[in-house]
Write a protein that binds this ligand. Structure first.
Ligand SMILES: C=C1C[C@]23C[C@@]1(O)CC[C@H]2[C@@]12CC[C@H](O)[C@@](C)(C(=O)O1)[C@H]2[C@@H]3C(=O)O
Ligand SMILES: O=C(O)CCC(=O)C(=O)O
Ligand SMILES: [Fe+2]
Length: 330
């Protein structure tokens, strides 16, 4: 199993162009829309997710990942539960171990036991409180987004991820320090923690400790590093939101590079719709159906197709409308 790839370029600029959105200011809606168009990615500040809660969850995660591998693999499962190196079921690997959970279940009744921890109840409660709080923030961000796009009602997007039957996931990734990294002088790193991909859902919300590694792909094809910031959240536009906006917002390609010295711990909330939700460009964003760039699908159809793909595949391609070229001579 190899997690090596060709050397990765170090970003040229020391200044990060990543948009920062103050979600306590309603006027940020314009910057938010621009960030989704230009990057499909932005950092959120002035949120109301408790730092104490984040810290309890991170401590629980660190405790879990420091258990012996034999203990952790007792709660292994595909897709939910503990995983190491293997990502998904189609042969992708990375320098990572993780816990993947269905965020709609009450974590107390989750199919895998967290009973190996010293305070499993504290961890379970933190999981539930954290995902509830992040879901609330996500809905707020989606409502600012619809305001910025001039769409009414303002819950047009947030209602897709807030109901009882929505299909949202929660993932905690741990990237241990990697001894395989070539410590060459120009700082190149050739070990992939989590390979390049887009997320299939509507929007993903990431928080990490102060170890960098996350990179996003820009529209010119270059990669830039995202400076870590443990007190903020990073949002990325995912495939279904690209379709809902008829390609106006970009589902950003991202990846994680391993670090030779420090552990990275990240927690990602993947906000998805219900399985039966129909995904198609919002009618208020197109003048008529001919302008739609995508064939309509349900989340369940897209999810099945996505989970049969490799990480770096373009999962939206099979759903793109084939351009009909009409020749005047025909
Ligand atoms: C290789 C894969 C892992 C993944 C399922 C897939 O077949 C393609 C999409 C991958 C992804 C990326 C975002 C999330 O981390 C994830 C949980 C998701 O919903 O889609 C993973 C899937 C996974 O790890 O099972
Ligand atoms: O762990 C990270 O920082 C990002 C991981 C990621 O993109 C994912 O789990 O989909
Ligand atoms: Fe991702």
């Amino acid at each position: 199993m190899t997690v090596l790839s060709k050397p990765v370029e170090v970003p040229k600029s020391r200044f990060s162009p990543i948009p920062v959105i103050d979600i306590s200011d309603p006027e940020s809606k314009h910057a938010l829309v621009k960030a989704c168009e230009d990057f499909g990615f932005f950092k959120v500040i002035n949120h109301s997710v408790s730092s104490k809660l984040v810290s309890v969850l991170e401590h629980g995660a660190v405790e879990f990942f420091s258990l012996p591998t034999s203990r952790k693999t007792q709660v292994a499962g595909c897709p939910f539960g503990y995983g190491i190196r293997a990502i998904g079921r189609n042969g992708d690997v990375g320098w990572v171990e993780y816990l993947l959970m269905n965020a709609n279940l009450d974590f107390g009744s989750h199919p895998f036991p967290l009973g190996r921890l010293k305070n499993p109840e504290t961890f379970r409660n933190a999981l539930l409180e954290y995902t509830t709080s992040v879901r609330k923030m996500t809905c707020h961000v989606l409502e600012m987004m619809t305001d910025g796009l001039g769409i009414k009602p303002r819950n047009t997007l947030s209602k897709l991820v807030s109901g009882e039957n929505t299909d949202s996931l929660f993932r905690i990734n741990h990237y241990p320090p990697c001894p395989l990294i070539n410590n060459n002088t120009n700082g190149d790193n050739n070990v992939i923690g989590f390979g390049e991909h887009t997320d299939p859902q509507i929007i993903s919300v990431l928080r990490s400790n102060n170890t960098s590694g996350l990179q996003i792909n820009l529209s010119d094809g270059s990669w830039i590093s995202v400076p870590s910031d443990s007190s903020s959240f990073f949002f990325n536009v995912s495939d279904s939101l690209q379709v809902l906006t008829n390609g106006r917002f970009k589902s950003v390609k991202h990846r994680v590079l391993a670090n030779s010295r420090k552990s990275r711990v990240s927690m990602i909330y993947f906000a998805g719709p219900s399985l039966t939700q129909r995904i198609a460009p919002l009618t208020c964003l197109i003048d008529n159906e001919d302008e739609s760039l995508y064939e309509e699908f349900t989340w369940s159809e897209y999810k099945n197709s996505a989970y049969n793909s490799r990480l770096s595949d373009n999962r939206l391609q099979p759903f793109e409308k084939k351009a009909v070229k009409i020749s005047l001579n025909d």
